[in-house]
Design a protein around this ligand. Sequence first.
Ligand code: BYC
Length: 328
Amino acid sequence: MYGGGNIFEPSNHNDVLNEDPVKLQEFEARIERGEKIEPSDWMPKLYRKQLIRMIEQHAHSEIIGALPEGTWITRAPGFKRKLALMAKVQDEVGHAQLLYSAAETLGKSREDMISDLINGKSKYSNIFNYPAYTWADSCFISWLVDAGAIVNQVANSKGSYGPYCRALERICIEESFHLKYGHHCVIHLATGTPKQRQMMQEAVDRWWAPMMHFFGPSDKISVHTEILMKWKVKMASNDDCRQQFLDMYVPKIWELGLTVPDTNLKKNEETGMWEFTEPDWEEFKRVINGDGPCNEERLAVRRMAEERGQWVRNALKSADMKYVTPLA
Ligand code: BYC
């Protein structure tokens, strides 16, 4: 079954039943052969709708994700860290631009996407609704949130929709620099003074639960995974990505002498799977639906940016195009 029967609202997958069966079969055969679907190709309405939803949410996550780290630019410890963090934050905003462009190829305008974001209609990643109290919080984001994002994006860059895959490929290359920067920052704190180590440990303690939520609800209750995996938009399930993240990063966290705030976390050597305390999906649901510690603040900043940038957009719209010299 596509969706239904859990704490998340199921979306209407009946759309697929109304498609031309021959076209649907050809479309699915192309996906099966590993071909890329391009914007002008025929696609089921549900494929278009799901892609817009997912790419738009991803774009919003990048632009909102720039905020908790962005507030640390002025307070980054030292000139080199300041430069690197500034470049990283600029990259994240650039990722949003790439992703908004990819979503636009499916027929939703950027204005509508931004309007849905600032009016609270669209979702964005849960994790950016938590506060970055200390420099160590910013280091956690740069290393481990980026690491989680890479796990998801590397998988999905091999997916079926051409514009999204090409955007993801470029994003992953930039994210791999962020990961190195973030790891370096965390190593510095974890191997520093007792105060620095404590600050880093407290950041891990604060961010662990939102990090487990970041990969989405477990496969048992995920609404969209089945159809998205069938159509190769998602190339790994939420649980696959969470397991891969734990496998790659928990040993690195332990190596630094840091601990993870889950006494049940351990790798089952027989199954090769990580076991952990079931994340609190009610908290996750509250946060993604607008009731997290920073949701209001994050959207207020985006609203302010939108209002303050309005004159630029007005000026561009009313610019007399005869003054623009065409390229030869
Ligand atoms: N946060 O059926 P499910 C970055 C929603 S930014 C919020 O499993 P799906 C960075 C989901 O939308 C990169 N909402 O959904 C930036 C659905 O609600 P709706 C962030 C979530 O789509 C700056 C409902 O829960 N990465 O790294 O199959 C600085 C049911 O879920 C979340 C991406 O955006 C969540 N975590 O799978 C530093 C990746 N999870 O829409 C770093 C792109 C689930 O029905 N997105 N929901 O109302 C995806 O890969 C997939 O959409 C997800 C969820 C794996 C997130």
